[in-house]
Design a protein. Sequence first.
Length: 71
Amino acid sequence: MFETLLTPDAILNYLAFAALMFFPLCMIFKRAGFPIVYGVYVFAPYAGMFICLGILGLKHWPNEPPKPEKA
């Protein structure tokens, strides 16, 4: 059942997907105040996207001071 996930074609397809998602995830992590190195987790086979989304969803986001209003 799961042996098709371990074929070279499936792994290459996943790595291509991870490469496409790496830059947008790094920008999301940067904007959220996290280190952009967390984006590397997307390259973990078949669980990487869940790891990245778990970090974004479950970790406490750093607070930023409110921006002053322009007069």
